[in-house]
Design a binder for this molecule. Structure first.
Ligand code: AMP
Ligand code: MN
Ligand code: MN
Ligand code: MN
Length: 276
């Protein structure tokens, strides 16, 4: 069993088409894969079809952008019915906000001396409704402004940098509600990534529990081993299911390939106990 329950395709800011994500996962030995594009489920039919062909289990998923205490938090939904109207309406609303934000990021980068920033980002976005900061970053790398996307984030796109614009994403309780309406399980994605004090992180998990959230990514491509241990303790303390996830976007841009994360600590209850 090799579960990888969070990754991206060209439907959001991944480099591979949904079919190729599934093929790569299968080649890497993944047995249970969740495709979780940002704020969008349009890749799931293709992924499901190819998963049947190559003989792995595709768990339909999504990664919803949420605002909590001034920070962006990502909530993954797993095992969703990706045709559920309430979920689809919620995601469409988040994408409209994302599109407005893209325009503002483009303007902010122009003001910082980057020409044709929005048009450049759009050239990297296969899905016109889904322009991510990753697409802006790729444009700045391609035009020779910065050597790699990580450096772009540090200089231009991270909080407080010239291309950063504040944005109100979905409310936590709405995102969890959409996931539940679609029959899915809600997971706090990569908790080690948020710039929260311990008090704010505690408040996030309290609010998540209050709206019935079920799980947390303990092992993530975005976590160090120390972070994995920290969130393993948190999962035990709060009785949350645990997830394992590469958050793979593409070769060269992601530290961990599909299916190549560390295993979960054996005493934790894996979130995939809900799907197998
Ligand atoms: P957005 O949802 O448009 O704000 O973009 C967030 C995405 O940007 C993440 O899902 C990653 O794909 C990418 N990203 C964020 N921070 C970094 C970083 N430091 N280096 C590379 N990619 C990043
Ligand atoms: Mn991304
Ligand atoms: Mn994320
Ligand atoms: Mn992700």
């Amino acid at each position: 069993m090799n579960a990888d329950l969070h990754c991206h395709s060209t439907v959001s800011d991944g480099w591979l088409a949904p079919a190729d994500v599934v093929r790569r996962a299968a080649a890497n030995g993944v047995t249970h894969l969740a495709l979780t594009d940002h704020d969008e489920v349009a890749g799931l039919d293709e992924a499901l079809a190819v998963a049947r062909e190559v003989g792995i289990t595709l768990v339909p998923g999504v990664e919803i952008s949420v605002s909590f205490r001034g920070e962006t938090v990502h909530v993954v939904g797993l095992g969703i019915d990706h045709r559920n109207p309430e979920l689809l309406a919620g995601l469409a609303q988040v994408r409209r906000g994302r599109d407005k934000r893209a325009t503002r990021i483009g303007e902010a980068l122009e003001a910082a001396g980057i020409r044709d920033a929005l048009a450049g980002a759009r050239r990297f976005a296969r899905n016109p409704e889904l322009v991510s900061r990753a697409h802006f970053a790729r444009h700045l790398v391609a035009s020779g402004v910065m050597p790699d996307v990580n450096t772009v984030f540090r200089h231009y796109l991270a909080h407080g940098k010239p291309g950063y614009v504040a944005h109100e994403w979905a409310r936590l309780e709405d995102a969890v509600g959409w996931i539940h309406a679609a029959g899915g399980v809600a997971v706090i994605a990569h908790p080690g990534r948020y710039r929260f004090s311990d008090a704010d992180l505690g408040a996030l998990f309290d609010a998540f529990a209050a709206c019935g959230g079920e799980a947390v990514e303990v092992v993530s491509g975005a976590h160090s081993q120390a972070e994995a241990q920290k969130f393993a303790s948190l999962a035990r303390r709060r009785g949350l299911l645990a997830s394992r996830a590469s958050d793979f976007h593409g070769e060269g841009e992601s530290p961990v390939d599909l299916g190549c994360c560390e295993p979960l600590p054996p005493d934790l209850l894996p979130v995939w106990s809900r799907f197998v």
